[in-house]
Design a protein around this ligand. Structure first.
Ligand code: TLP
Length: 348
């Protein structure tokens, strides 16, 4: 088996999840009759401190449903230029919700607050309505950085002043909470709605949660139906989601420790540029530019050492630690990277 660091989405369900799935009591969720889904939604809402929650098929579906519920066609949405919602959701904002993205370049995963304020539209006949601000925590493209709580608070205060809702793409929300050492509600109290993934480090086979006010979730349930996400006996997968929330949150610490020690190992290798102290959660980004290789060339070499990774731009490589990592794997990856570096520098 290769060491798979392409993403934390590659995690397999645990034995306990498989048992829970086999034994799940299910019903037709479009009629609201799946007791396992109902339990998951209630548990999730309680955990993030919101009135209600909705089980959705994926993070992308949860984010798109949230945008649909918060906005009307022609509205403007303020979000990061490298946010997943803008960058990696196949243009869903424009194609599905019909809204206009107003992007702001993030610095360490954060859109500068004064730029958010400056981007809010005036009440003018020529202007679209600024209907939503989206944040991402942890911020994937910046290498899994955590948005500091004072930053979340500031954005929330701005949003209250201008009466604009805030949606959080919290695909890795629990990584942020574990990284900060706080209850997840300390983060979600600064947003109106939140989407988080069960299928990443938490290891469930599929699904995300969208949470918010009861009114917001009632509306979101209709949009989810329109997008083809009205589920039937999906308690078989929601059962794994319950195990994910009850048992898998604390273990994210392990992914973070692995990421830090992997980054520290990589930082010793000539030609690899990585900020090991900057690794806050489970994502490591590093540049191979100095080796005179593209990220794809470097990854092809890694593959020969049985290590899988993803490119993030022409010279940036992304590694995401996850539950599939076994004892000794970190050392093997560092050794593989060292061999590639040695070979590249001899050939140069
Ligand atoms: N991210 C995936 C890929 O789509 C890039 C990954 O491997 O990291 N928000 C954020 C911040 C995400 O990182 C992702 C998935 C999503 C939303 C979408 O979740 P899914 O894949 O469940 O639609």
């Amino acid at each position: 088996m290769p060491i798979d660091l392409r993403s934390d989405t590659v995690t397999q369900p645990t034995e306990k999840m498989r048992d829970a799935m086999r034994n799940a009591v299910v019903g037709d969720d479009v009629y609201g009759e799946d007791p396992t889904i109902n339990r998951l939604e209630q548990l999730a809402a309680e955990m993030v401190g919101k009135e209600a929650a909705l089980f959705v098929t994926s993070g992308t579906q949860g984010n798109q449903v949230a945008v649909l519920s918060h906005t009307a066609r022609g509205d403007e949405v303020i979000l990061g230029a490298k946010s997943h919602i803008f960058y990696y959701e196949t243009g869903g904002l424009a194609a599905i919700a019909g809204v206009q993205p107003r992007t702001i370049q993030e610095v360490n995963g954060q859109m500068p607050v004064h730029e958010i304020v400056a981007a809010i539209r005036e009440d003018d006949i020529h202007c679209p309505q600024t209907a939503l601000i989206c944040l991402e925590n942890t911020h994937a493209d910046s290498g899994g950085l955590i948005l500091p709580l004072p930053y979340m608070k500031k954005v929330y205060e701005v949003s209250r002043n201008y009466q604009i809702p805030v949606h959080l793409d919290g695909a890795r929300l629990f990584n942020a909470a574990v990284g900060l050492g706080v209850d997840v509600k300390e983060i979600t109290k600064y947003v109106d709605s939140v989407q988080f993934c069960l299928s990443k480090g938490l290891s469930a086979p599929m699904g995300s949660i969208l949470a918010g006010s009861k009114k917001f979730i009632d509306e979101s349930r209709k949009w989810r139906k329109m997008l083809g996400g009205g589920l039937r006996q999906a308690g078989v997968v929601a059962a794994a989601g319950i195990v994910a929330l009850e048992e898998m949150v604390d273990r994210l610490k392990e992914d973070h420790l692995h990421a830090r020690s992997l980054a520290e190992g990589l930082a010793q290798i000539e030609g690899i540029a990585v900020n090991a102290e900057g690794v806050e959660t489970n994502i490591i980004m590093f540049s191979v530019e100095e080796l005179g290789m593209t990220s794809n060339e470097f990854i092809q070499q890694l593959n020969k050492h049985d290590v899988l990774a993803n490119p993030e731009g022409p010279s940036r490589v992304r590694l995401v630690t996850n539950r599939s990592i076994k004892e000794g794997d970190i050392e093997k990856v560092v050794q593989a990277a060292k061999n590639i570096s040695d070979k590249a520098r001899v050939g140069a």
